[in-house]
Design a protein around this ligand. Structure first.
Ligand code: FAD
Length: 386
């Protein structure tokens, strides 16, 4: 199936399923199972798998189109999909030299496996680039025990990509990624997930105990797979879905303002000026992630492109996108709320933007913006953009 057909299925079917269940998913902080089943039925969970392995071979632009479209219906569903695509991309770009990981990707296509992520860890304070836990490899088998602070939908995932130190003697930043299949592991929930927003991502803490074939440890270092794949896929797909959440709120504000205009023909409702401002902010936000998605796709898989992804210039672009998109999205939703007024503030009105507001507020925390800005500040001390 061509990517264009897949995005059409999103618009025609998956969005409808997600929208139908979004309020209940949010209220009950439950996993959006109906959306994930619809994604499975459309074979959308293999969108990022290359065609030669049976997937759709979608690039960043197509994946971002899916995430942003779904976010207009249900932010949590879109975040689950984005995080799944990010993990698949890491396997595709860094795991294909391992026959077992290659076979796993074929199985993912056949069974539409859902992949979760475990980068957070008790004791590392949100720094994804350091680990306390370590993988041990003996006689072709690995063992890994990890205590994660926040691990989205891991109770529902068929496999999890977990960061850890390369070996028990390795430094905290000498990390690798390990693919932990459900059948190779046990998960014990350690904390709750009763949050302000993104409630349907179901992201409590978990203690993971795993052992399996050592080929499930991804070749290479997480330093490279983080810079070349996990960070760009995360920040571009997250930015696209935060935009989708904000666009949904602005669409409601637009309907509200047009309704007011119809009540008083010949007058411009007071909210129309704010709507024009929100529309401009939304456009800038969209162009930001779309431009970087295009640039990423153009860099491709060639050595020069992969080298560019390791550069300070690219790291700064990713950091800038993450910080600006995560700050802009709740501001735009706030503007939509000011336009709509109390009907936007109510949970049970057709103009409600309460879920969108709460979901958008997670953006600046999901990898703390302060942490990211701190890293950019250090890079700018040595980087000259010429
Ligand atoms: C909706 C959602 C889903 C998530 N899903 C997952 C998942 O599936 N898997 C996963 O592994 N993780 C997940 N996370 C966790 C996420 O990846 C981060 O690990 C987590 O949000 C960081 O938590 P923290 O705010 O406690 O940590 P920190 O990054 O330590 O931030 C705490 C505070 O300390 C300050 N701070 C800390 N360090 C610095 C610094 N160097 N410079 C400046 N200020 C600093 C910041 O002001 C920040 O507000 C998810 C988070 C959210 C919100």
């Amino acid at each position: 199936m061509r990517p264009v057909a897949l995005i059409d299925i999103f618009r025609a079917k998956i969005v409808e399923v997600a929208a139908q269940h979004a309020d209940e998913v949010d209220k009950q902080a439950r996993f959006p199972l109906e959306t994930i089943n619809a994604l499975r039925e459309a074979q959308a969970l293999s969108a990022a798998v290359p065609r030669e392995l049976g997937g759709h071979g979608c690039g960043m632009r197509e994946l971002a189109a899916m995430c942003s479209t779904l976010a207009g219906a249900c932010g949590s569903s879109a975040m689950v999909l984005a995080m799944h695509h990010i993990q698949v991309a890491c396997l595709v770009r860094h795991g294909l030299s391992s026959p077992l990981l290659r076979q796993f990707l074929k199985d993912l296509v056949a069974h539409q496996y859902l992949l979760g992520s475990m980068t957070s860890e008790v004791g590392t304070q949100g720094d994804t680039r350091s680990s306390i836990c370590a993988v041990e490899r003996v006689n072709g088998r690995f063992t890994l025990n990890k205590d994660a602070t926040t691990a989205s939908y891991c109770a529902y995932a068929d496999a999890i990509l977990a960061t850890c130190r390369r070996e028990p003697q390795a430094a905290a930043s000498d990390q690798v990624l390990v693919l932990v299949r459900r059948e190779d592991s046990t998960l014990k929930q350690t904390t709750s997930w009763d949050t302000m927003g993104m409630r349907g991502t179901c992201s409590p803490g978990f203690r993971l105990e795993a052992s399996g074939d050592a080929q499930y440890v991804l070749p290479g270092s997480f330093a490279d797979s983080s810079a070349q794949t996990m960070v760009p896929y995360s920040h571009i797909l997250w930015a696209s879905l935060w935009w989708g959440i904000a666009a949904d709120a602005v669409a409601k504000a637009g309907r509200f303002v047009r309704g007011e205009a119809r009540k008083n023909p010949g007058t411009v409702p007071p909210g129309a000026t704010r709507l024009a401002e929100a529309s401009a902010q939304l456009q800038a936000l969209r162009h930001n992630w779309l431009a970087l998605a295009t640039e990423f796709d153009e860099l491709g898989e060639h050595a020069d492109g992969l080298q560019e992804l390791l550069s300070i210039r690219w790291a700064l672009k990713m950091n800038n996108l993450k910080v600006t998109a995560s700050e802009a999205a709740p501001q735009v939703v706030h503007k939509a709320l000011q336009i709509i007024g109390v009907l936007g503030f109510k949970n049970d009105s057709k103009f409600s933007v309460t879920r969108q507001y709460r979901d958008a507020l997670s953006a600046s925390l999901m990898i703390s913006n302060d942490r990211i800005v701190g890293k950019s500040a250090s890079m700018l001390l040595v980087f000259k953009d010429e």
